[in-house]
Design a protein around this ligand. Structure first.
Ligand code: CP
Length: 318
């Protein structure tokens, strides 16, 4: 298919074919990481800016390494040590950095819609690395890539996303993407953190019965309780949350034979799942991180016009 998007702002607006294009491109880039020289010249001479207004370990380092693997130059921007702390706006900040001759912004911001706003003001590519509780498209893509790698397909699988759905951009991106690729999606957790309206808005199922969810699922994707967004106000105690909604060995006795356990990280060990499960045979958590690199290489490659199809069109399609 002809990829003609300059930005990646979310999975809600992507077609099934566009998602598959990213996953298939990522599959070819995964091989690059197995070489002794882990680099291709696709983005030589281009500059990718990591514009992070929120903390990150996986996403920021993964995008930085992905850009380097494509031979791009990288710049890291941290809001706390920048002139944002003196009151400079997001748009002024971005326009000033753009004036230095950069080619893409990878942005994480606490405000939903910040990447969309940025994309309307700059002429270079904008990649959403997480905007508030809205979307985290590359996390959704790397989760789908990992599931497809394990099962060879997404269609027909039951994927349950368990935990703090209310505050989760990861849940939203996963739900949009998985649904388009034919998976059955269940959002699960306490009613306060998984209000039925979220399921209705995303067009997926909702469950508050974790034992039933464990028994039915091929994939159990546990999400972090976002304490920094006051998620602890939504249940009586973390001990109770872990007992009723957390994954543990006892609960997993009823799971499907080939069920896998995922988590986008960072993990609250002993709350969303026990350490023995996080580090156990069913866990693909570190595979998710490894696959994130290939997925982000694919996203930068396609959006920055390095692919033959993308070169044909510089138009914004957001
Ligand atoms: N999964 C994820 O987004 O992790 P970071 O917050 O460390 O980037």
């Amino acid at each position: 298919m002809a990829w003609n998007r300059k930005h990646l702002l979310g999975l809600e607006e992507l077609s099934k074919e566009e998602i598959l294009e990213i996953l298939d491109t990522a599959a070819s880039f995964k091989e690059v990481s197995t070489r002794s020289v882990k680099k291709v010249p696709a983005l030589r001479g281009k500059v990718v800016v990591n514009l992070f207004f929120e903390a990150s370990t996986r996403t920021t380092n993964s995008f930085a390494l992905a850009a380097k693997r494509l031979s791009a130059d990288t710049m890291n921007f941290s809001s706390s040590s920048s002139s944002v702390s003196k009151g400079e706006t997001l748009i002024d900040t971005a326009l000033n950095i753009q004036a230095m001759g950069v080619d893409a912004f990878v942005i994480r911001h606490p405000a939903p819609g910040a990447p969309h706003l940025l994309a309307r003001h700059v002429h270079v590519s904008v990649i959403n690395a997480g905007d508030g509780c809205h979307e985290h498209p590359t996390q959704g893509l790397l989760d789908m890539f990992t599931i497809r790698e394990v099962f060879g397909k997404l269609e027909g699988l039951t994927v349950s996303i368990i935990g703090d759905i209310r505050h989760s951009r990861v849940a939203r991106s996963n739900a949009w993407g998985l649904k388009k690729l034919g998976a059955r999606v269940i959002l699960a957790g306490p009613p306060t953190l998984v209000p039925p309206a979220i399921g209705a808005a995303l067009g997926v199922e909702v469950s508050h019965n974790i034992d039933q969810v464990v028994a039915e699922s091929d994939v159990l994707n546990c999400l972090r309780i976002q304490f920094e967004r006051k998620a602890a106000n939504y249940f009586p105690s973390t001990r109770e949350y872990a007992a009723i909604y957390g994954l543990n060995a006892e609960r997993m006795k009823n799971c499907k034979k080939d069920a896998i356990i995922m988590h986008p990280g960072p993990i609250n060990r002993g709350i969303e799942l026990t350490p023995e499960l996080a580090d156990g045979d069913r866990s693909v958590i570190l595979d998710q991180v490894a696959n994130g690199l290939a997925v982000r290489m694919a996203v930068l490659y396609l959006c920055m016009g390095a692919g033959a199809h993308a070169q044909a069109s510089e138009t914004t399609a957001d």
